[in-house]
Design a protein around this ligand. Structure first.
Ligand SMILES: *[C@@H]1O[C@H](CO)[C@@H](O)[C@H](O)[C@H]1NC(C)=O
Ligand SMILES: *[C@@H]1O[C@H](CO)[C@@H](O)[C@H](O)[C@H]1NC(C)=O
Ligand SMILES: *[C@@H]1O[C@H](CO)[C@@H](O)[C@H](O)[C@H]1NC(C)=O
Length: 604
C-alpha cells in the first residue's frame, strides 16, 4: 500500500514534468472541496473593476492575474530576496494561498514569495507611480527592481507603496513581495477573525497572501491620499482632504447628482440616495461618492434606541462572514459577492453584521448602493489573552479599520470585541478603545462587546443567545449579561438553526463534516427549519413589542465549512428559506419597531 502510493506520486510528478517542458508549473485552479456557480468563471484576469470607488483616479493599471510563487523556508528568507529568479509555481492574484482558486491550495503558508513584472507608460514619467494593495494577509515586504520599497503589517488593510524612485519607464519592472502570515501559529496573537491553522467547526481555513486587488496608478507629486467626507441628514457636507505633501493648495469639492450630474448645494434625502463627489487639489483630480446620513442614539418612548437620520427603525441583519468554498476570503468575483447581498435584500434585511472580517472596498460600495446599514466587527484575536505589545498592535489595527471604512455611508456601528475573543478582562480595555474609536469617528455608534463579557462600555447592551433571542428582555442566560436600560438593547446573534441538506452542498472535508454535530440545533428537513425560524422570528417580534429590543442579527448568511446554519448553503446553490414566510416575518419585525417609535426626543 505504502509502495503503491509513492509509485503513484512519482508517476504524477513525471506527468507534471511533461506538461510543462520549461520546468515551471502552469496555473490551473485546484479542485475545491465545494464549488460555487462562479468557480469556473474566475479565469486568469480576476477582479477587473477599479478597486477603490471612493478615491478613483483615471490613470491606472490592474496588476491582478497570474504571478509567480514560491514557499519560503523562514521569516529570515526576507533577507535574501530571490531577485531575477524564476519562482517555481504560478499563482492567481488576488487569492488566498490556501484556496483552490489560488492554484496552490497549500497549508501552513507561513512565509511566501510572490513575483510579477509590470510596465509603466512613458506618459507617467513626470508623475508619482503608486503601487496599491487592497490587502495582504499578514505582513508584506515589497521590493521593486531589487530594492526594498515598502512594508505593511495587518491582513485587512489597503496600503500604497510609492514606487516612483524604483521604477523604469522603458522596461519591465520586477515586483517581488515577501509575505509572512503566522495566523495562530505558536505564540502569535494577531487579528485573524475566524482563521486558524487547525480548522474546527466555527473556526475555518486561513487565508494567506495577496487576497485583494493590486494596481498601479499615476498621480501628481502632491496628491490626495485620503478623503474623509461626512454628509449628514441636514444636508451639510464636511470633507477633509489628506495630501501627500504639506501645502496650501486650494481644494475644490463638488457634490453631484448621480444621474444628471447637477451640482447640489443642499439636499435632504433618505437613504439610499448617493451623490457623486469630485475633488480637485492642484493637479490631482479624483472621483468619489457620499450619502447624507446621520447615526445617533436617543430616547424613543422611554427606551434608548439607535437612530438613523433621527428616526428609530428596527435593525435586522444576518451574521455575514464573507467566506467562499472556492476562494475562502476572496470571493470568486464581484457578481458572487453582490449575490449574497441581493438575496438578503430580497428577503427584507436592512442591515448586515460583517463578522470579524474586513471586505474589499467594492463590498461596502455595494452596501451603500443597495441601502444596507453595516455593523462592522474588528477582526478578532484568537481566544487567548494578548500581551501588552499584542494589545497595542490590536489597538493600532482597530484604528486602521475605522479610518479605512468610516467614509462609507453604510457603516453605522463598530464592534470592538466578539464574545470575549482576545478580550483582556483585567482593566477593561474596551472602555479606552471605545473612547478612542469615538475620537476617530464621532459619527457612529460603538458596540464595545458583542456578547459575553459586558462591563458597561459603549452604546449597546448586546446579548448573544442560541437558538432563541433574549433581546432587551428582563430574562437572560448566565453566559450573558442582563439588559442594561441605559444602552441600546440588541440581539447580536441568535438563530443558528442547522440543516444538513446533503453531501452535494457540504464542504467535503471529513474533519469539517465530523464537527456538524456541534451545531446548536439540527432540523431534519427544510420544512422543520422554516417552522423553527418562524417561531424564533416570532419570539423576536414579541420582544420588540413588549421589551426594549432595537435590532437583531440572525446567524447566518451562508454555511461555512463545518457549519450548516446558513440561509444559503456554502456553495450558494440552495436557499433554505421559505421566501414568502421569511419576508412576512421580517416585515413584522419592522412593524413592531414602528409601533414603538411614535414620539422621540432628540439624540443625546
Ligand atoms: C513551506 O515552508 C515552511 C517553512 O516556512 C515549511 O514548514 C512548509 O512545510 C513548506 N511548505 C511547502 C508546501 O513546501
Ligand atoms: C457618478 O459616478 C458613477 C461611478 O463612478 C459613474 O458611473 C456615473 O457616471 C457618475 N455620474 C455622473 C453624472 O457623472
Ligand atoms: C451530515 O451529512 C453528511 C453527508 O450526508 C454525513 O456524512 C454526516 O454524518 C451528517 N452529520 C450530521 C450530524 O447529521
Amino acid at each position: 500500500m505504502h509502495i503503491a502510493s509513492s509509485l503513484l506520486a512519482i508517476l504524477l510528478a513525471s506527468i507534471g514534468c511533461v506538461s510543462s517542458a520549461n520546468g515551471a508549473s502552469q496555473y490551473a485552479p485546484k479542485q475545491p472541496p465545494l464549488t460555487t456557480p462562479w468557480t469556473d468563471e474566475v479565469g486568469t484576469n480576476p477582479w477587473p473593476e477599479y478597486p477603490r470607488p471612493q478615491l478613483q483616479r483615471s490613470e491606472w493599471k490592474n496588476l491582478n492575474g497570474i504571478w509567480r510563487y514560491e514557499n519560503a523556508t523562514s521569516l529570515q528568507s526576507v533577507q535574501q530576496p530571490p531577485f531575477g529568479k524564476h519562482l517555481s509555481q504560478e499563482v492567481l492574484v488576488p487569492s488566498c494561498l490556501e484556496s483552490a482558486l489560488s492554484g496552490i491550495q497549500g497549508q501552513y503558508m507561513l512565509n511566501s514569495w510572490f513575483s510579477t513584472s509590470f510596465t509603466v507608460p512613458k506618459s507617467w514619467e513626470k508623475q508619482r507611480v503608486l503601487l496599491n494593495f487592497g490587502a495582504v494577509d499578514y505582513e508584506a515586504t515589497v521590493f521593486i527592481n531589487g530594492r526594498k520599497a515598502g512594508f505593511h503589517r495587518g491582513g485587512y488593510f489597503h496600503f500604497t507603496v510609492d514606487g516612483t524612485s524604483h521604477v523604469s519607464f522603458d522596461r519591465e519592472n520586477e515586483l517581488l513581495v515577501f509575505v509572512h502570515d503566522p495566523t495562530d501559529n505558536g505564540d502569535s496573537v494577531i487579528p485573524i477573525g475566524k482563521q486558524t491553522l487547525h480548522p474546527s467547526h466555527i473556526f475555518y481555513t486561513p487565508c494567506s497572501g495577496i487576497w485583494q486587488s493590486v494596481w498601479v496608478e499615476s498621480a501628481p507629486a502632491n496628491h490626495i491620499t485620503q478623503l474623509d467626507i461626512d454628509a449628514n441628514m441636514h444636508g451639510e457636507v464636511s470633507a477633509t482632504v489628506h495630501s501627500s505633501q504639506k501645502s496650501g493648495t486650494p481644494v475644490e469639492v463638488a457634490v453631484h447628482e448621480r444621474n444628471s450630474g447637477e451640482v447640489v448645494a443642499y439636499h435632504q434625502a433618505r437613504s439610499p440616495h448617493l451623490y457623486n463627489v469630485t475633488v480637485r487639489m492642484g493637479a490631482d483630480h479624483v472621483r468619489s461618492y457620499t450619502g447624507f446620513r446621520s447615526i445617533s442614539k436617543g430616547m424613543v418612548d422611554g427606551v434608548v434606541r439607535p437612530l438613523v437620520n433621527g428616526e428609530f427603525q428596527f435593525l435586522f441583519g444576518p451574521l455575514d462572514q464573507g467566506y467562499w468554498p472556492d476562494g475562502l476570503y476572496t470571493a470568486p468575483n464581484r457578481e458572487a459577492m453582490v449575490y449574497d447581498l441581493k438575496v438578503l435584500k430580497k428577503l427584507g434585511f436592512n442591515m448586515v453584521r460583517k463578522h470579524v472580517k474586513i471586505e474589499p472596498a467594492l463590498f461596502y460600495q455595494a452596501c451603500d448602493e443597495m441601502g444596507f446599514l453595516v455593523i462592522q466587527d474588528m477582526p478578532a484575536l484568537r481566544q487567548k489573552a494578548p500581551n501588552a505589545k499584542q494589545q497595542a498592535e490590536f489597538s493600532r489595527q482597530l484604528e486602521l479599520m475605522v479610518k479605512q471604512l468610516k467614509n462609507y455611508p453604510s457603516i453605522m456601528t463598530w464592534v470592538i470585541y466578539n464574545e470575549g475573543w482576545g478580550q483582556l478582562i483585567d482593566g477593561y480595555p474596551e472602555f479606552g478603545l471605545t473612547k478612542h474609536v469615538k475620537e476617530i469617528d464621532p459619527t457612529r455608534l460603538v458596540d464595545s462587546t458583542s456578547g459575553w463579557y459586558d462591563h458597561g462600555a459603549g452604546d449597546f447592551s448586546d446579548n448573544h443567545h442560541y437558538a432563541n433571542p433574549q433581546c432587551g428582555t428582563p430574562f437572560y442566560s448566565l453566559d450573558s449579561s442582563p439588559y442594561d436600560p441605559s444602552r441600546i438593547g440588541f440581539q447580536g446573534e441568535f438563530g443558528g438553526l442547522g440543516s444538513n441538506v446533503s453531501i452535494n452542498h457540504l464542504w467535503n472535508v471529513q474533519e469539517a463534516i465530523d464537527t456538524i454535530d456541534q451545531t446548536y440545533e439540527i432540523d431534519e428537513s427544510l420544512a422543520a427549519w422554516n417552522y423553527r425560524s418562524h417561531i424564533l422570528l416570532g419570539e423576536l417580534e414579541d420582544q420588540i413589542r413588549r421589551f426594549a429590543c432595537s435590532g437583531g442579527v440572525w446567524t447566518q448568511t451562508t454555511d461555512v465549512e463545518g457549519e450548516v446554519n446558513g440561509l444559503l448553503t456554502y456553495d450558494r446553490r440552495l436557499l433554505r428559506v421559505d421566501e414568502m414566510q421569511w419576508r412576512a416575518d421580517i416585515m413584522k419585525l419592522y412593524d413592531a419597531g414602528a409601533a414603538r417609535s411614535h414620539t422621540y426626543m432628540p439624540a443625546f
